[in-house]
Design a protein around this ligand. Structure first.
Ligand code: PRT
Ligand code: ZN
Length: 292
């Protein structure tokens, strides 16, 4: 690939697939806007010194290893299958999935030893082989590049080893989950030499800082409500605020506005108690960034 050496940091993301939208969205939340990327291989951001390279996910580890890209966003499953030794800078909390063993219902497996002597179809032969080795199991691996789930019905394999997220694909193919052998999510990886270029290293540190602030904001929500002055202490004790809440005066001298950052998912457990203590106008807002 011919990539211009303009001093910009080069980030490889998946061109078209499950990680594409979330990768672009994450970059956008970090202030890296890219436009018109539909059919292009490389797009420069106008708002940050970054070029985004669009590649097949399987190729990302090698491009980053070779230094064609400085950073990459890719699933841990792909990294591991390629035996990549790239540094993982951040786990990105999307693209979560598990590589699982599954088999037709009549073939009931619940532990690795039951795979002894069986034939297993997979797109992840290395991850599967090292799992079998760790468990001292000998099985025949058949490598397929796609549609692994139909292998048992075709009589090609006894079991499969494939990525599962919702489990719908397994169910549609009348396969039953046995157990997981690998947990994966999208990660940000870096080239082994990137930190030797001080200018790029600085951009990487800034980007990593922004990513961390976006990720930590996802775990929090901004809670706002009006509360009677007399209930402030009680209400403050109910909410699991990350920091001390902000109390603001209102036109009504008996009431104050109370604002707090709370962990995502906690509002529903306390909403009745808040109302019983006189809270009104309860609003919960998303937080885009939380700068440390
Ligand atoms: O073209 P390119 O090579 O770039 O893409 P690809 O087709 O190899 O990969 P893609 O886009 O399918 O997946 C990219 C990455 O997303 C994977 O490497 C994983 O890290 C992650 N990921 C997360 C998944 C899934 N969830 C997932 N469900 N990858 C694949 N699947 C498959 C799964 O194998 C099953 O066949 O999606 C199907 C539906 O899954 P269920 O369980 O929800 O039915
Ligand atoms: Zn792929």
């Amino acid at each position: 690939m011919n990539v211009v050496n303009n001093g910009n940091l080069k980030i490889a993301v998946q061109k078209k697939g499950r990680l594409t939208d979330k990768s672009i969205e994450l970059l956008k939340l970090c202030g890296i806007e890219i436009e018109n990327y539909a059919e292009r291989l490389v797009v420069s951001s106008a708002s940050f010194p970054v070029d985004v390279l669009f590649l097949r996910d399987d190729d990302i580890p090698e491009y980053v290893q070779d230094g064609v890209a400085d950073l990459g966003i890719v699933g841990e499953n792909v990294l591991c299958e390629k035996s990549s030794t790239l540094d993982i800078l951040e786990k990105l909390q999307f693209g979560k999935c598990r590589i699982m063993i599954a088999a037709p219902e009549r073939f009931d497996i619940s532990q690795p030893l039951e795979l002894e002597g069986k034939t297993i179809a997979t797109s992840y032969p290395k991850i599967l082989q090292s799992y079998l080795d760790e468990n001292a199991v000998t099985a025949k691996i058949i490598e397929l590049s796609g549609s692994v789930e139909i292998a048992p019905a075709l009589g090609v394999a006894d079991a499969i080893c494939d990525i599962v997220s919702t489990g719908n694909t397994l169910m549609m193919n009348k396969l039953k989950k046995a157990f997981a052998i690998f947990e994966s999510q999208a990660v940000l990886v870096s080239s082994p030499v990137i930190m030797q270029d001080e200018k790029k290293a600085q951009i990487v540190r800034e980007l990593a800082r922004r990513i961390r602030s976006v990720l930590s904001a996802r775990h929090s929500k901004y809670l706002m409500m009006n509360v009677p002055k007399s209930s402030v202490e009680k209400i403050t004790s109910i909410i699991p605020a990350l920091k001390s809440p902000t109390i603001l005066p209102l036109a009504d001298p008996e009431q104050v506005a109370l604002h707090a950052v709370i962990p995502t998912g906690h509002l529903w457990n306390m909403v009745d108690e808040l109302k019983q203590n006189g809270a009104t106008g309860i609003l919960l807002l998303p937080i885009e960034n939380m700068i440390e």
